[in-house]
Design a binder for this molecule. Structure first.
Ligand code: GLN
Length: 276
């Protein structure tokens, strides 16, 4: 079958079952199977695709049609221009989270100590370490399986970082200049309404922020001062409607210069503050 034909077949199969971005997903899966780029569809659409690749593509399209996330099929997600391995044990890095990384990078000075709570795939911590000099990074997560992914990502990216398995600060020692986190923040009652890709394939423990979604923000803001140096900062990713609540929690815990930053969609995305 020709490249453009096999793409059309994949796209139609995904459209038929109502996959929102059928066109994009069909193309990205084909490119991952054939090791090609976007240009190939435009310029080399009439080249023949080998039998083996065609079979693999059909299988991948079948999995995507049954709502397996694209990233679980290809095994990777790009974040901050870096490639991260992902699987069912970690949250797939979201583009929105790049705002958090960019906000921290603005203030990060060489040689800082950084702690990332709920590190998951390690995408936040490893990006911060990649784009800075001489910083020391620790990632903590309650899931051993998630940490195995984070460790593999660190190795693939050639970044040295320390990973601890524990509940938030449980295994953390010493004080840090920057504490960052994108904790689970979806209210439990909203979970049944999530897309099937997220609800059935991403780890519930990475999503569920308990009754009102603020469970981890309460704990982090309360416990954080024991782990920050004077003048150290806390940066938290939040859901679009949690800006005021999390700002309030940080102020109650004695943080100064508490700020809510919006994402590119104009929605509240990051809350940060300084501890004196
Ligand atoms: N820190 C990871 C990320 O932002 C995981 C977040 C989580 O598990 N809630 O992708």
């Amino acid at each position: 079958m020709k490249y453009a034909e096999i793409f059309r077949m994949g796209k139609e199969a995904l459209e038929e079952v109502g996959i929102a971005e059928a066109d994009l997903d069909a193309r990205l899966l084909l490119e991952a199977v054939c090791q090609t780029s976007r240009n190939d569809l435009l310029v080399h659409g009439d080249r023949e695709v080998g039998k083996e690749q065609e079979e693999k593509y059909r299988e991948w399209i079948g999995r995507r049609a049954s709502r397996v996330p694209l990233q679980h099929i290809t095994g990777v997600q790009e974040f901050m221009g870096l490639e991260f391995l992902v699987n069912e044990d970690v949250l797939i890095p979201r583009q929105d989270t790049e705002i958090l990384v960019e906000e921290v990078l603005r203030e990060l000075t060489d040689g800082s100590r950084i702690l990332d709570l709920c590190t998951g795939s390690g995408c936040i911590l490893l990006s911060l370490l990649h784009y800075s000099n001489g910083c020391e990074g620790t990632g903590s997560d309650i899931s051993e399986k998630a940490l195995a992914v984070a460790e593999e990502n660190a190795e693939r990216l050639g970044i040295s970082a320390k990973f601890l398995c524990g509940d938030l600060f449980e295994r953390v020692e010493g004080r840090y200049d920057f504490i960052v986190s994108n904790p689970p923040y979806i209210a439990s009652g909203e979970i049944p309404g999530l897309m099937e890709e997220v609800r059935l394939h991403e780890p519930l423990s990475a999503l569920d922020g308990h009754e009102d979604g603020l469970f981890f923000y309460r704990r982090i803001t309360r416990e954080c001062p024991d782990y920050l140096v004077r003048g150290g900062s806390l940066y938290l990713e939040i859901g679009w409607d949690q800006g005021n609540a999390v700002k309030g929690l940080m102020e109650e815990s004695g943080f100064h210069e508490v700020r809510v930053t919006k994402d590119y969609a104009g929605l509240d995305r990051v809350v940060s503050g300084v501890w004196f």
